[in-house]
Structure formats: structure tokens, C-alpha cells
Design a protein around this ligand. Structure first.
Ligand code: NAD
Length: 451
């Protein structure tokens, strides 16, 4: 066994033992095996019954947490999708196309918001006014004005808003958090962070509503807000200023040929992006069987000329604690993954996650830690389903009311706001060609150290 293997093997054991010995995780595992009796179940309603609402927040919750949770209402503006969603989830509650009617009739404790990004603000605010705790999918909203109105409504109602940043819960990222916060590499001074979306996953954002800024806020908000949230969480600080470039170089008007959507396209045989949505039975039932209600084409052409979001983006971000970040996002990469490095005063932490590559697929995600003038260590974190097992940890925390939060993984309204504001500032910077301060967007003032 060479030095690298020895350190890697011992680090795997340590990482595994460490992760499962942490109170939040051990407790979550123990509690999920224990039948908990509760005086009454949490009454939950969902607005937005697309694939996210019915999967992650529908079937998964009904299957795993029915002892704690009772769905009291499902709402979507597409009546056909709503019925397909109810069937897929195995729910028995009433369905509504009228949100206010659902809220007044069912009086939920918790409202889950999984609609199109640009509409989140409407339901988050109404939900708080109806007295609910809010679980909203990222991004919390898509511009600074909607963000301010959510902040104002939260202050007025005092209701809790949780933004379900599931990326924080992956054990590999939690291990990075632990290593950064252990001080092993001293003070973190800068970060290199580069994210790659491939020509399947990346292309999917150009097929439907995400392709338009007015609905998704662009990938700066829709996608990069996940990454900005991770940065703030890892660095325990809030973003202060950003300067960015962005361009549409590959999809949209750049295509040599185009149609309306794949199924009806005359370029089926020659287009690398041809995709038969109906091969996925779940998608067929949710989307294509219900197009007549709202014209939602799940397999829209990635070369439509109305696409107004960027597919390559880069930014320099300064955090309030002085950390500088070099960030980029590419949406037409041949593979999915990301590279990240934290440069510290005593060393550096590196990770390169490359999905679906056999040479990387040893069942582990690796982290390399190198001390200045010293030794190098490798940590290998076992992979598992659902964002490395993170989705289950997040569900346990939410539904089984796990109080311990050793890695500070729960994201509140302030976290949700700073994640989108970083994206909004980047988008505004691309438009203006000037740096944008985060404090200029809403009344939130970034803190060097998060509360
Ligand atoms: N955390 C993650 O990793 C992750 C992954 C996927 C999606 N998401 C988020 O989940 C949300 C939903 O994504 P999706 O892929 O399921 O999208 P989707 O388009 O499949 O579903 C959205 C649903 O909302 C409905 N809707 C839109 N506006 C509405 C309105 N005004 N009233 C009622 N219903 C309305 C649509 O009819 C549709 O059924 C998005 O905000 C997305 O960013 C998060």
C-alpha cells in the first residue's frame, strides 16, 4: 500500500466514522428508523406540481414520512398535470387550480412552493399571510424587488422561510465544510470554483421556461444561486461585490437549424439535441399529455431564437470577510461536474467532481488537502443516491424536526436572499459592464461573519 492509498483509506474510515458520529446525522439516522408518535401530523400543501413538486416534495415525502406529514392540498394552474401529479404521488387530498381557495379550505401548517421561479414570491408572501411556515425551492425569487417584498412580508408576519438548498447536505460538501472550519488550511483567502453542465442536463435549461430571464432570472439566478449559497455556507460569510461577464455562445440563435419542439421537428435525424420526452412515462403523464391546457412544451428546441439567458458566465466575487472568488459556469460541457479549491494561509483544499466518468467512479468523491511545506492528505467520501445521501438528511431534518445542525446546513430567508442577490448582481453587472454591490440591491447589509 503506497502512501497515497494509506492516507486515502484511513481518511475514508475517518470520514465515515466522523460523519455518522456527528449528532445531526446520527440522530437523523436513528430517528428515521424509529417510529415516532406525534400528537398530530404536519398539514402540508404544495403549489406547483411539476417534476420537483411531485418527486422530491411529493412521492418521496409520502413514501418516507407519512407518519409525520399529511398532504391536505395540491395546487397547479394546469388541471391535467395536477391530476397526474396526485396519482404519481399517491396522495389522497383535494386538488385545486385556485391557490386562495386551497389555502382557505385546507389551512395548511406548511406551504411548499415549487412553481416556476419568477412566481415563488407571490406564493411565499401569500403563504406567510395565510399563517404558514414556508418551504421554498431555490431560487427564493428572481430579482431584487421581489426579494425585498419577501423580506418585508417575513418581517411583518414573523413566519419562517426555509430555502431547500439540498446541495449543502451532500456528505462530500459537508466534509469540505468541516475541513475548512477545522482551520487545517488556516484562514481561507480565495476560492477557485468552476461548474460544468453537460449537453444533456445543461441543454435541459434551454428547452423550457428557464430559457427566458423573465421566468428563471437566467442561470445566474436559477442555477448559480445553488453555488453562491454553497460559497456563503462554506466561507461563513456574505457576498459584498461582484463583477461578471456572460454570453450566449452555443444555444439559441447560435444553432444552425431549429424547430419548435423535438417531437415535431424536421431535423430529428441530424440534431444532436433530439430528445424523445415520451420515452419517460412520468414526463409523458405530467407534461405532454397535458399540453392542451397551457401549451407547456417539455421538449422545446434548444436553438429557439427567443432564448435570452447566457450559456457561459464568469465572475469575480468579493465576500464581506475579504475572501475573493473566481467563479464560472458553462452549460454546454461534454461532462457534468465541478472543480473547487480553497486557498488558505496554511494550505489548500482541492476537489474535482466529474460525474459519469469511469476513471472517477470508484464509489467515492475525493478531497485533497495539501499543507504548505507539509504533507498531503486524501479524503474519500462514499457516494450514495440522492445527492450523495444529502436529500434524505434534509428531509429528516425538515420532517422529523431534527434540531441539531452541526454543519449549519439549514438555509434561512437571509441565506436564500444572498444566494439570489449574488446572481442578480452578476446579471446586472453583465448588463451594465460595471461591478455591483450587494448592499445596493435590497436593505440587507452583508456581514463578514454569518449570524
Ligand atoms: N433544488 C434542486 O436541485 C431543484 C431541482 C429541480 C427544480 N428545482 C426548483 O423547483 C421548482 C420547480 O421546478 P420543476 O422542474 O418541477 O418545474 P416544472 O415546470 O416542471 O413545474 C412547475 C409547475 O408549477 C406550475 N405553475 C407555474 N406557475 C404557476 C402558478 N402561477 N400557479 C400554479 N401553478 C403554477 C406549472 O404548471 C408546473 O406544473 C423550480 O423553482 C426549480 O428551480 C430545484
Amino acid at each position: 500500500m503506497n502512501r497515497r492509498n494509506f492516507l486515502a483509506t484511513s481518511a475514508v474510515a475517518t470520514a465515515g466514522a466522523l460523519l455518522s458520529s456527528l449528532p445531526g446525522i446520527a440522530n437523523a439516522e436513528k430517528k428515521s428508523k424509529t417510529k415516532t408518535t406525534t400528537p398530530s401530523k404536519t398539514r402540508v400543501a404544495i403549489v406547483g406540481t411539476g417534476s420537483r413538486g411531485t418527486g422530491m416534495w411529493g412521492k418521496t415525502v409520502i413514501t418516507g414520512y407519512s407518519d409525520m406529514v399529511e398532504y391536505v392540498g395540491l395546487c397547479d394552474k394546469n388541471p391535467g398535470r395536477l391530476e397526474a401529479a396526485k396519482l404519481h404521488m399517491g396522495a389522497t387530498c383535494k386538488t385545486y387550480t385556485d391557490f386562495d381557495l386551497m389555502m382557505t379550505e385546507t389551512k395548511p401548517d406548511v406551504l411548499i412552493v415549487t412553481t416556476v421561479d419568477a412566481t415563488h414570491n407571490e406564493f411565499i408572501i401569500k403563504g406567510m399571510n395565510y399563517g404558514c411556515k414556508i418551504l421554498t425551492e431555490k431560487p427564493m425569487t428572481t430579482d431584487e424587488f421581489k426579494c425585498q417584498s419577501i423580506l418585508d412580508a417575513q418581517r411583518k408576519t414573523g413566519k419562517e422561510v426555509i430555502v431547500t438548498f439540498n446541495y449543502r447536505y451532500s456528505p462530500h460538501r459537508a466534509k469540505m465544510w468541516e475541513l475548512i472550519n477545522s482551520g487545517e488550511i488556516g484562514e481561507v483567502t480565495s476560492v477557485d470554483f468552476h461548474w460544468y453542465l453537460d449537453t444533456s442536463h445543461g441543454a435541459d435549461y434551454f428547452r423550457r421556461w428557464h430559457r427566458r430571464r423573465e421566468f428563471s432570472g437566467s442561470l445566474w439566478v436559477h442555477k448559480a444561486s445553488h453555488h453562491f449559497d454553497l460559497l456563503g455556507w462554506w466561507l461563513n460569510s456574505e457576498p459584498e461585490e461582484i463583477f461578471a461577464y456572460g454570453k450566449l455562445d452555443f444555444y439559441g440563435k447560435n444553432g444552425k437549424q431549429r424547430g419548435t419542439n423535438c417531437r415535431n421537428c424536421s431535423h430529428k435525424d441530424t440534431c444532436n439535441f433530439y430528445w424523445d420526452v415520451n420515452k419517460n412515462e412520468y414526463y409523458k403523464k405530467l407534461y405532454t399529455d397535458n399540453e392542451q391546457h397551457d401549451g407547456y412544451l417539455r421538449d422545446g428546441c434548444v436553438f429557439k431564437e427567443d432564448i435570452d439567458i447566457f450559456d457561459k458566465m464568469c465572475a469575480s466575487i468579493k465576500y464581506a470577510n475579504g475572501v475573493q472568488v473566481a467563479y464560472s459556469l458553462t452549460a454546454y460541457s461534454p461532462y457534468e461536474g465541478y472543480r473547487i479549491a480553497f486557498n488558505g494561509t496554511k494550505g489548500r483544499i482541492d476537489a474535482w467532481i466529474q460525474e459519469s466518468n469511469p476513471t472517477f467512479d470508484g464509489g467515492y468523491d475525493e478531497i485533497m488537502l495539501t499543507h504548505n511545506f507539509g504533507e498531503r492528505k486524501y479524503f474519500r467520501i462514499p457516494q450514495s443516491e440522492g445527492h450523495g445521501g444529502g436529500d434524505k438528511l434534509m428531509h429528516d431534518k425538515i420532517w422529523r424536526n431534527v434540531k441539531e445542525d452541526p454543519y449549519k446546513q439549514s438555509a434561512n430567508i437571509r441565506d436564500g436572499a444572498f444566494a439570489i442577490l449574488t446572481g442578480v448582481a452578476a446579471r446586472n453587472s453583465c448588463d451594465s459592464g460595471k461591478p455591483v454591490t450587494i448592499a445596493s440591491l435590497t436593505d440587507l447589509v452583508p456581514k463578514a461573519v454569518k449570524d
